[in-house]
Design a protein. Structure first.
Length: 347
């Protein structure tokens, strides 16, 4: 099947499901949430509960390490990266036999030395090279073409940053997790209406100002872009992530975390083992977590009457450098994507 035919089929499905594609999924807080729970007063119960959830969710990605790493990493000692993949694998999409795309991608790098996290939001329509198919396309399509493996390979190729681990979740857990911790306080920028998680049109109506949002309201704030852009929406998502992390680690929330852990349940797959996840505990117990959000800049790009998000090359290079330095890549003798391609060609 030609590139044109593949794109046409995907674009037709996207147009039919315009409301569905707005379901923005962002779950960087989940591993932190379920692990930080271990420092609460009822730690033994929560740790056991968390171990069951993580063990059930474990899915090997077929790699011993990232191909951009010279050696395996150990999260108890090394700075590592985690790719968070949000997908819509709803029953409706399943019955329609539609390919599952990634509706949200966030690459997080974690630095143990300064107890910091950097989160890069990747726009779903970013025009990048997809190794799985051998040409440029929307990054959201990588998952449709080859699942988690193709998504990881695409991210590593255009960012030149190793993806050590991944966490994939669907949107079903989002509302329950927010509700389980008693909602989050957010500043709503403007009045708007949005569909709820059941796609009931304009069922959520929010007004501007700082307020406590429940799960459905937080989802509406995360998914809407009626009055601004994908870039602004990405920034709102990152602010919501930070709000959830802050709320989940507060004293008032510790006794609610068991419900939040259960909310993750069957909605997560990851190549992180429970022991590897426990290594992240240091980020929650060594004082405050320094979280910095990063965004990719760009502009509208139309090719053959198909919309893409064209990345700004200078901004892309700046973000690459920030993430590489945060991981101390040079000290770890990482392999670049160029080296990887040359090795594969020679092989």
């Amino acid at each position: 099947m030609s590139k044109k035919d593949i794109n046409s089929r995907i674009e037709i499905k996207e147009k039919k499901k315009k409301s569905k594609r707005r379901k923005i999924l962002f779950f960087i807080f989940v591993p932190l949430l379920v692990l930080i729970a271990a420092v609460s007063a009822y730690a033994i119960n929560l740790v056991n509960q968390t171990e069951k959830v993580v063990s059930k969710s474990y899915e090997d990605d077929g790699r011993d390490k990232s191909e951009l790493r010279a050696k395996e990493v150990d999260p108890t000692e090394d700075h590592v990266s985690v790719l968070f993949i949000g997908v819509d694998d709803s029953k409706h999409r399943e019955t329609k036999n539609e390919a599952v795309r990634s509706d949200a991608l966030i690459l997080a790098t974690l630095n143990k030395n300064d107890n910091s996290v950097k989160m890069l939001s990747i726009p779903r329509d970013s025009y990048v090279y997809v190794p799985e198919i051998g040409y440029e396309d929307k990054i959201t399509h990588a998952h449709a073409f080859g699942g988690v493996h193709a998504t990881i390979e695409t991210v590593e190729t255009f960012l030149d940053v190793p993806v050590d681990y991944y966490v994939k979740l669907n949107f079903n857990a989002f509302v329950d997790v927010i509700d389980a911790i008693g909602g989050i306080t957010m500043n709503v920028p403007y009045e708007f209406t949005e569909s709820n998680s059941d796609d009931e049109s304009d069922s959520i109506h929010l007004y501007p100002g700082e307020q406590n949002l429940d799960g459905e309201e937080a989802l509406a704030l995360a998914r809407t872009r009626k009055k601004d852009s994908d870039l602004q929406r990405g920034k709102r998502q990152q602010e919501i992530m930070k709000a959830v992390i802050s709320k989940a680690t507060s004293v008032n929330s510790v006794f609610k975390l068991d419900d939040a852990i259960q909310a993750v349940g069957d909605n997560m797959t990851t190549n992180l083992t429970f022991d590897e996840m426990k290594a992240f505990l240091s980020y929650g117990t060594s004082g405050s977590i320094d979280i910095e959000t990063l965004n990719l800049e760009g502009s509208d790009l139309w090719l053959n009457n198909i919309y893409y998000f064209g990345l700004n090359e200078q901004n892309l290079e700046e973000n690459k450098q920030i993430l590489q330095e945060h991981l101390n890549i040079s000290e770890n003798n990482a392999i670049t994507s160029t080296d990887k391609s040359s090795s594969q060609s020679n092989g």
